[in-house]
Design a protein around this ligand. Structure first.
Ligand code: FES
Ligand code: FES
Length: 163
């Protein structure tokens, strides 16, 4: 079957097998290897992307389900014009929110979605939001700090923009 979807604002089309998972479509057809493939059972969250603005696990979403829809991956977090990193990406850098980095793309997509609906989440809210994203390295402390950093700095950024 033929599928067409917008990925990070760009239309992509491919002939695929109906059983192809979205994570494989993104990595192999669209060439976007930032989305990681971990458990394949909807547990680890490494494969988290957005489908029409909401985070989904792309290892348990068929590419066919994204046909005609919009997908956003970690490659679409930075500003497409200036290349400036999203505050979430900056936060992970500033607060050392990663070690091996395997969980990081999915973690950042979940964090971005959280901050879009709640710009100032407390620690408990952050921990609940990322509960579907597993990290085997960090112990989560620095990930929570990274998301708090992003929350603080996106407020500063938007004040600067409106000033
Ligand atoms: S690879 Fe999708 S949740 Fe683990
Ligand atoms: S940094 Fe290694 S799994 Fe999270």
């Amino acid at each position: 079957m033929r599928v067409t979807m917008k990925v990070n604002g760009q239309e992509t089309t491919a002939e695929i097998e109906p059983r192809l998972l979205l994570v494989h479509y993104l990595r192999e057809s669209a060439g976007l290897t930032g989305t990681h493939w971990g458990c394949d059972t909807s547990n680890c969250g490494a494969c988290t992307v957005w489908l029409d603005g909401a985070p989904v696990k792309s290892c348990t979403t068929l590419a066919a389900m994204a046909d005609g829809h919009e997908v956003r991956t970690v490659e679409g977090l930075a500003d497409p014009v200036t290349g400036d990193l999203d505050p979430v990406q900056q936060g992970f850098m500033e607060e050392h929110g990663l070690q091996c980095g395997f969980c990081t793309p999915g973690m950042m997509m979940t964090a971005r979605a959280l901050l879009d609906r709640n710009p100032d989440p407390d620690e408990d809210t952050i921990r609940e939001a990322i509960s579907g994203n597993l990290c085997r390295c960090t112990g989560y402390e620095n990930i929570v700090r990274a998301i708090r950093w992003a929350a603080t700095h996106q407020t500063v950024d938007s004040q600067e923009v409106s000033a």
